[in-house]
Design a protein around this ligand. Sequence first.
Ligand code: ADP
Length: 157
Amino acid sequence: MSKIAVFPGSFDPFTIGHESIVHRAAELFDKIIIAIGHNENKKAFFTLSQRLGMIKDVFQNEPQVEVTHFEDLTIDLCRRVGAKYILRGLRTSADFEYERAIAQVNKMMYPELESVFMLTLPEHTSINSTIVREVLKYKGDVSKFIPASIDLNKYLK
Ligand code: ADP
């Protein structure tokens, strides 16, 4: 049976921290589905189609990695795509506390589902989408924080 993991997040935008988690997890799972949680009422910096486009740019030559979006519960997406694993990255103890509650509630709602956490590489601990957005807002250079395969000029108009 193939092991499918869903990697849910906002990915606004996708960073080298996210990319690293996916590549490391690719050793553990047969398929990784990166799933952008989309909320019509929540204003994102990049549109859903821009975020889908960026992530597809990164993994276009990696058939093991798929990209999708969802507007319901992560566990419902997992059921739909036959995933038994949720993948999340852990940067800090604050991440841990937040993730613990979500994972335990998910487990209560879908007992067959396992949440799998990967510790961030030390050099990625301080990289997060919020800071990248802030730098972008003031026209700063974020190329160090974004996968090299994303050409931001394509998305920043
Ligand atoms: P969310 O809004 O769901 O936290 P994010 O896009 O911020 O979505 O993050 C998605 C996942 O990627 C989360 O599990 C988060 O912990 C992880 N992540 C974010 N930044 C990094 C990073 N620099 N290194 C490793 N994992 C990260």
